[in-house]
Structures are given as structure tokens and as C-alpha cells.
Design a protein around this ligand. Sequence first.
Ligand SMILES: NC(=O)c1ccc[n+]([C@@H]2O[C@H](COP(=O)([O-])OP(=O)(O)OC[C@H]3O[C@@H](n4cnc5c(N)ncnc54)[C@H](OP(=O)(O)O)[C@@H]3O)[C@@H](O)[C@H]2O)c1
Length: 210
Amino acid sequence: MTIAVIGTGAMGSGLARLLAAKGIDVAIGHRDPARAAALAEEIGPRATGGGSEAAAKLADTVILAVPFAGVAEALKGLGDLSGKIVVDISNPISPDFKSLTIGHTTSAAEEIQKLVPAAKVVKAWNTIFAQLLPSEARQGRSAPVQVFIAGDDSAAKKKVSELVTATGFEPVESGALVNSRYLEPVGEINIHLGFFLGWGTLAAPAWVKS
Ligand SMILES: NC(=O)c1ccc[n+]([C@@H]2O[C@H](COP(=O)([O-])OP(=O)(O)OC[C@H]3O[C@@H](n4cnc5c(N)ncnc54)[C@H](OP(=O)(O)O)[C@@H]3O)[C@@H](O)[C@H]2O)c1
């Protein structure tokens, strides 16, 4: 199993490192193939890196680790994604990080699904700061950090949930893709708590049953 990670920034590099550390092969893609190749080299033998289309071709699951504002452009460089799982980790945030640019009647995930109708979009990881991706950053907690999963294809959600579990997080089944309208605001309040209200970037939401 190879997972493609598109983007080499905070989330892309963090997820690629984490997946590789858990023994999962990653194909890293970037609009500058040399940047992806350099990151793969640094990560080691579980990682390969190059152009975005080449990376996506190697995988059935493609994690988009680019800003929502750049997603449409990034998708154009990924070739045919029909039948593939596309994991949307984005929060459609304003340049000052203080608000969402879309919501209520749609979400980043739904907009991405419209752009790639033949792919299976699954929302995940949008409420996790990049700083929480390394396993060491999550050690010593009383419970695993939760990752909320939304999507319309149950097999795709199952596969992403398995990935989430394999990386040491707890997947929380959060319903249909339309529920991303509610998960993205959770990502935004987490940014407020973490960045603007002093909690720091190890903060994460935890939903409790009782
Ligand atoms: N950072 C977090 O803690 C966090 C937490 C949860 C969710 N997220 C979400 O994760 C996604 C990535 O965030 P990040 O913090 O990793 O961002 P980042 O550090 O800025 O990295 C973004 C990556 O996307 C690439 N990129 C930007 N515009 C692109 C375009 N038009 N086409 C192709 N590639 C493009 C960038 O390449 P260049 O370097 O060439 O620009 C870079 O490799 C965002 O959607 C964000 O909302 C972030």
C-alpha cells in the first residue's frame, strides 16, 4: 500500500514522516519535483518523491496537503483521480487565520468533491495541528488524539480510518461529507484556541460520550 501526499509543507511533511515511521510507503508529490525528492530522501527508504502526478499515480489514496485556496490548481496537476480516495485535510481559512472563507451552505471538502466527482473525498486530520503529528508529541496523553472522519463512501472512510488508527490517532466516524461544514469550524476554533488564546499547538478537540 502506498499513500500519496501532495505538498511538502507543515502537514505534508508531517504526515509523510508519520506514515513512513509507521511502516507505510509514501509517495510525496510537489509542483517542484525536486522539493518532494529532497523530502523523501530525508525521510528514508519508505518514501519516494517527485512530481505530483507521478506521486498520485502510485497510490489509491491521495492526501491533499495544500492550502484550500491552492487545491483547485493542485488538483489539475494530479492527473486522473477517478476511483481514488482523496483525503481533504484543509480548513478554508482567511489569510489572517481568524475566520473561514466558506461555510454554512458548503465546505472545502464538498467543493473539492465537486472538482473531482469521480474520486471519493474523505475529510480527516483538519482539526490536528502539524505539531501534533509526530508520535512523540502525543505521548503521555490519557487517550489517543481524535481525528474526525467524514465522507460519503463507507469503504473509503474505513480505509482512511485504518490509516488514522495506524498513525496512532483515534478515528471518530463523523457521518457524511456534508458534515465537513461542521468539522471545518471545529478546525477554526482550534486555531483560535491554539494561536490566539494561548493553548498552543498541542491542543486538539476531544469528543466524549459520557
Ligand atoms: N498547519 C497546520 O497545523 C494544519 C492543521 C490542520 C489542517 N491544515 C491544512 O493542511 C493544509 C496544508 O497546510 P500546511 O500548514 O501544511 O501548509 P504549508 O506549510 O503552507 O504547505 C503547503 C504546501 O502546499 C503547496 N502549495 C501551495 N499552493 C499550491 C498550489 N496552488 N498548487 C500546488 N501546491 C501548492 C506548498 O508549496 P510551496 O511551498 O511551493 O508554496 C506547500 O508544499 C491546508 O489546507 C491547511 O488548512 C493545516
